[in-house]
Design a binder for this molecule. Sequence first.
Ligand code: MG
Length: 301
Amino acid sequence: MRLCSFLSDGLTHVGVVDADDSVIDITRLSGSHTDDLPLTMSGWVELGINGIERLRQICEQNGSDHVVGKVGDLELVAPMGRLPRNVICVGVNYREHIEESERAVGEIEVPDVPVYFTKDVRSICGPFDDIASDDRISTQLDWEVELAVIIGRGGRGIRSVDALEHVFGYAVLNDVSARDVQLSRNQWWKGKSIEGSSPLGPFVVTRDEIPDPQDLELRCWVDGVEKQRSRTNLMIHDVAALISDLSRTLTLEPGDVISTGTPAGVGLARTPQEWLRPGSVLESEITGLGRQRNRIIELGE
Ligand code: MG
């Protein structure tokens, strides 16, 4: 199933998007249901695989009574709401991206184990939101299309072979990065956490529809010009390995987002370097997960 979150009368509703792009309003359907069903995406994610099955059931039973229109006519917001539980990111997880980064900034010491950092949850924005640029903060906003994994069943000590069973679904995330802030601080959190800079969505696609997360194409465009095009099979540490590794030291929780790193083609590594500027249009897409589109605007515009 493709799930989305959209605004209706000022409130965030959960939607299931049908093959013909019509949207069933799950929040309204849940509210009218005699069972105690979740009203938010987080609530459904916490039900894990049982939530996916229950959603499918209620859509089959009386989804057609709650169609609110086509997805293109709705105001979509970040699918996990404004504040997902946690956004754990993986750095340097594609060989070609490491090589291009080394050409740009010099040798990078890449350990055999995954490199993690977090994005503050306030950096997440909706899949079609404007992204504000402020030259007083950064003149080097860069793009990084990535596969994001949404955990549905938490756990500690998850084995790689079981790891994908802990996934609720997948989404597109652009790990927009203020390079001047990121690289001047010796720590990436601040430059990766500009408020409202990093679009998530448009959909969370449940894991039953993505049999192999290592067989997806990622693409990113700026002003219609393709900047990144790669495949998830080129990740150094795959989704299962990341879940397993993270859960060795930390209990993963439903709603945690793991962003799995970006392939080559970022602006930092181009000659000359390229940055997102007010007026730029950023588009990011992964096979089956939809395409997000964000305009860069001047702060206060
Ligand atoms: Mg990244």
